[in-house]
Write a protein of this length. Structure first.
Length: 309
């Protein structure tokens, strides 16, 4: 026996649900909130940027001021700019040409870069690719050196270099760079090398390559971002270093730019602030140009050095 089918009424047919109409007033309010938030974010960013850039702007303005207007003046830029602060640098400092200090800093900075890239990359390759007895212990000791303050090692290092008759030379400032004493850069490069596929090493060994050939022909070209990152930081640190040259250099003609700046203050405490600020501004240019030339490699190296592939 079949049951008769009841006809479907229009009310029984389920009508598809329609999305609610957007409220124009709510959309306008949401857009205003987003606009207010974006405006507050940009204003806050500009305020932070002004605080960060204030010293640089002050140095630029002070380099065009006479000495009596630099200290105690609230104006960032002078009403009557002068260029004597820059022209007097051509006369040198204490009868020493300014180019001598820049040449000394360049030699020290580039020598540090070469030493760090060579020694730290070798040590990083050994820790990352070679298994030897005591590797973990040596790596732990190397990382532990990052906890030692520089001033703790200053006196024993000075006594050592004094007995070796290397004081008043660049050897104390450069020797450590060639002995892989920069643990941070060793760690940075080692993390980058660990991300490289080991199949590259195995294929190279099948072709008869040893560790030296693998390191030079395979690892170094692939580690270019990490190498350039280390080069940038090393150049900046060596160029701006003040404590090291102050301790080990005695003759003014061997001074770096950082030490030459203190020569603008004479023994009576009278300072040539105009010349000091002008030379400080010029000293920023090599670091800025070096950074701008390799900044994209710096970003790549910092972004990939700590990742696992």
């Amino acid at each position: 026996m079949t049951t008769p089918r009841t006809p479907l009424t229009p009310s029984a047919v389920a009508s598809p649900s329609r999305p609610p109409r957007p409220d124009p007033a709510a959309a306008v309010r949401a857009a205003r909130r987003r606009g207010a938030g974006s405006l507050a974010w940009h204003l806050g960013s500009l305020a932070v940027l002004a605080v960060v850039l204030y010293p640089v702007i002050w140095v630029i303005g002070g380099s065009f001021k006479p000495n009596d207007e630099i200290v105690g003046s609230l104006e960032l830029f002078p009403t009557a700019p002068i260029v004597e602060n820059f022209t007097r640098l051509a006369d040198g400092i204490a009868d020493i040409p300014v180019t001598t200090f820049f040449l000394n800093s360049t030699v020290l900075a580039l020598g540090s870069v070469v030493g760090v890239l060579f020694s730290c990359s070798l040590a990083a390759y050994a820790f990352a690719r070679i298994r030897f007895a005591g590797r973990d212990l040596l790596f732990t000791l190397m990382i532990g050196t990052l906890l030692l303050p520089y001033h703790v090692l200053l006196i024993p290092q000075y006594v050592l270099f004094q007995r070796l008759e290397l004081v008043n030379t660049y050897a104390p400032l450069l020797l450590g760079k060639y002995l892989a004493t920069e643990a941070f850069f060793v760690f940075l490069m080692m993390q980058f090398i660990r991300n490289l596929p080991k199949e590259l090493d195995e294929a190279a060994r099948l072709d008869g390559c040893g560790h030296a050939r693998i390191y030079w022909s395979i690892v170094l070209p692939l580690c270019r971002p990490a190498l350039i990152t280390s080069a940038i930081f090393t150049f900046i640190n060596a160029w701006n270093d003040f404590m090291g040259p102050l301790i080990y250099l005695n003759e003014p003609d061997k001074y770096t730019v950082s030490l030459a700046l203190k020569m603008f203050v004479d023994q009576d405490g009278v300072a040539n602030y105009g010349g000091m600020i002008a030379m400080s501004l010029i000293a920023l240019l090599p670091v800025l140009l070096f950074f701008l030339a390799f900044q994209r490699y710096l970003i790549d190296g910092m972004a990939t050095s700590g990742l696992k592939g």
